[in-house]
Ligand binder design. Structure first.
Ligand code: NAD
Ligand code: IPM
Ligand code: MN
Length: 350
């Protein structure tokens, strides 16, 4: 198993350090031959060298590693987010990581901010990750004047929509989930809405055993708070998936807990927590590392190492149950303290 670790900015290096330690401990326990290389990418490197990632580095990252683990990117010293575009979005587009897989499961009901949370809340988001409003089509005209015009185009292709919708249905079928929900804004964004609804019906036709329905994104935002336990698999476009996955992460315990995978199925993948670089808490040793650790579990699953993935799940759930958590989850542990507890837990099971 050959992985690249990219700390990135803010709390990124803090949480990836914990994920790397947990990864090593799990690899040892499961006799996995692990190579983990650290890659120095992020705002510091961009500001130092004037380039975020070279084409050669990007190609090597994709060619020479099974997957990469990224903390987060985002730094006030790079106000135009150039390095986020080149590294994170660049890797998504270049490696064609069309599935952004974002599971949100309520591991411990007490973590939910809802008054009466349903213990079976367990949603997986299939966020389209290579199209939509993220492709950068458009531009600004008469910039900086009072006549400025800004255009941001949403790109949706049959191929792009078909493959993410199919991935969602295939995942549901493979994991025994009984319902797939399309989320869009087909009542206002009629062009892309028509394509997504047609493809959803077409692909869904091949999965008659799975219940299928569509929700408008505004109503979905409401329903993810009202009755999140009703949803199992959600498939949606790039921007809506970005927004709803933060919402669902909080409903199921907090942003610091949510992992995600940017995946080209059967090929390369980039795993990153759903959260960002959290500049408000960076450097204080209190960032929740569980989203990053969850990424290790997703990486094991992606590479077919299911026992190791199950161990990561167990480790995360037990740490929460035993109260070994950072302040965002109500505990008093440090980022590093959670990591040390996890490494010891894995070692004790050896
Ligand atoms: P954020 O996710 O960084 O933070 C939102 C809130 O959640 C903050 O209050 C933060 O303290 C808290 N939080 C986030 N992660 C946490 C953790 N692990 N433990 C405890 N608390 C946590 O979102 P933001 O403030 O909107 O963005 C900050 C920067 O990160 C921006 O530059 C943004 O572009 C970038 N960003 C990057 C990624 C990524 O690299 N994948 C994702 C989202 C945002
Ligand atoms: C995420 C992040 C990114 C996104 C940003 C940093 C561009 O919010 O991974 O969820 O919007 O995809
Ligand atoms: Mn996001």
């Amino acid at each position: 198993m050959k992985l690249a670790a990219i700390g990135g900015d803010g709390i990124g290096p803090e949480v990836v350090a914990v994920a790397a330690a947990v990864l090593s401990a799990a690899a040892e326990r499961h006799a996995i031959d692990l190579t983990l290389d650290w890659w120095d990418l992020g705002a510091d490197r961009y500001l130092r060298d004037g380039i975020a990632i070279t084409d050669e580095e990007r190609d090597r990252l994709i060619r020479d590693y099974d997957a990469a683990l990224l903390g987060a990117l985002g730094d006030a010293r790079v106000p135009d987010h150039a390095h986020i575009r080149d590294i994170l979005l660049g890797l998504r587009f270049h490696a064609d990581l069309y599935v952004n897989f974002r599971p949100c499961r309520l591991l411990v009901p007490a973590l939910s901010p809802l008054r009466d949370p349903h213990p079976d809340t367990d949603i997986v988001f299939f966020r389209e990750n290579t199209e939509g409003l993220y492709v950068g089509l458009g531009g600004n005209f008469k910039s900086g004047t009072t006549e400025e015009v800004a255009i941001q185009e949403s790109l949706n292709t049959y191929r792009g929509v078909e493959r993410i919708v199919r991935a969602a249905f295939e995942h549901a079928a493979a994991t025994g989930r009984e319902r797939v929900t399309l989320v869009d804004k087909a009542n206002a964004l009629v062009h892309e809405g028509a394509l997504w609804r047609r493809v959803f019906a077409e692909v869904g036709g091949g999965f008659p055993q799975i219940a299928q329905d569509a929700m408008y994104v505004d109503a979905m935002a409401m329903d993810l708070v009202r009755r999140p336990e009703c949803y199992q698999v959600v498939v949606t476009s790039n921007l809506f998936g970005d927004i709803l996955s933060d919402l669902a992460a909080q409903v199921t315990g907090g942003l610091g807990l949510a992992p995600s995978g940017n995946i080209n199925p059967g090929k390369w993948a980039l795993f990153e927590p759903v959260h960002g670089s959290a500049p408000d808490i960076a450097g204080r040793g209190i960032a929740n590392p569980l989203g990053a650790v969850g990424c290790v579990g997703l990486a094991f699953t992606h590479l077919g190492m299911h026992d190791a993935a199950a161990d990561i799940d167990g480790c995360i759930t037990t740490s929460i149950r035993e109260g070994v958590t950072t302040p965002d989850l109500g505990g008093s542990a440090t980022t590093r303290g959670v990591g040390e507890w996890m490494v010891a837990w894995l070692a004790a099971r050896r």
